[in-house]
Design a protein around this ligand. Structure first.
Ligand SMILES: CC(C)(COP(=O)(O)OP(=O)(O)OC[C@H]1O[C@@H](n2cnc3c(N)ncnc32)[C@H](O)[C@@H]1OP(=O)(O)O)[C@@H](O)C(=O)NCCC(=O)NCCS
Length: 210
């Protein structure tokens, strides 16, 4: 298996380096656009993300939790000709063969996805997320730890779901919307709007995702 380079040297990036190791991959180091290259404790920051071409034998993941920032970085790398994104699924994850997972997706320890589920490109499912039947999770969605998605839920591109939130069956979160931690979403969410509470209500607006 090819070694992995993690793009994004934050706390989440270090968690994803651990995920890669749990998946039996070696980790060459990190690329980050805002940090001077060099050794940082046990970790090696190799350079700016555009230096990915210097690692022809590696595969890459983008470990940036914010969907808007992640999409910007991925689109720039796509434009630079990047064709080496890899997908990491922790060995503890349980899912049926009917689950389809897109390139660059990161599925962390303890997640469970049942049947007929679509998970898009560069989706992040953090620790212990449960995903119900027929859910559609589009590109660049970020789901925080301990979230419960009922069946037939749609999370459109760039949606973010906070820690410990729950979503009722059949609900659609439109592109760029967000559910705050602990929220219980019982109705569809408008695009680029944050919801909080139980039952969740609109809280504030976010910049356009598309
Ligand atoms: C919803 C959220 C985006 C709001 O962030 P924010 O705009 O910076 O809001 P603030 O922290 O300034 O809080 C504003 C008010 O909303 C309350 N609030 C914030 N988040 C809340 C939530 N999830 N549920 C209920 N109330 C919340 C705050 O207590 C505060 O109340 P106050 O005005 O009475 O003091 C954020 O709190 C959140 O839930 N983010 C997700 C975090 C997460 O899951 N991270 C995962 C990391 S892996």
């Amino acid at each position: 298996m090819k070694p992995v380079v993690v793009i994004g040297f934050g706390g989440f990036g270090r968690e994803i380096a651990w995920l890669a190791k749990e998946c039996g991959r070696s980790v060459l180091g990190f690329l980050d656009d805002g940090i001077e290259p060099g050794r940082k404790g046990d970790y090696a920051v190799l350079g700016h993300s555009s230096t990915w071409v210097d690692y022809p034998d590696a595969e890459f993941v983008v470990a940036i939790g914010n969907p808007r920032v992640r999409r910007r970085v991925v689109e720039r790398l796509d434009a630079e000709g990047m064709d080496k994104f890899t997908t990491l699924v922790h060995p503890s994850v349980k899912m049926d063969d009917s689950v389809v997972i897109g390139e660059g997706a990161l599925i962390c320890a303890g997640c469970m996805a049942t049947v007929d589920i679509k998970i898009g490109r560069h989706v992040i499912l953090n620790l212990n997320v449960t995903v119900g039947h027929d859910d559609v999770i589009e590109d660049f969605v970020t789901v925080a730890p301990m979230v419960a998605l009922s069946g037939n839920v749609t999370l459109e591109s760039g949606v973010e779901v906070g820690t410990g939130a729950a979503i009722r069956q059949g609900v659609v979160m439109s592109s760029g919307s967000m559910l705050g931690m602990g929220g219980v979403l019982t109705k569809d969410a408008e695009p680029n709007r944050v919801y909080i509470g139980s039952p969740a209500k609109p809280f504030k607006e976010l910049p356009e995702f598309i």
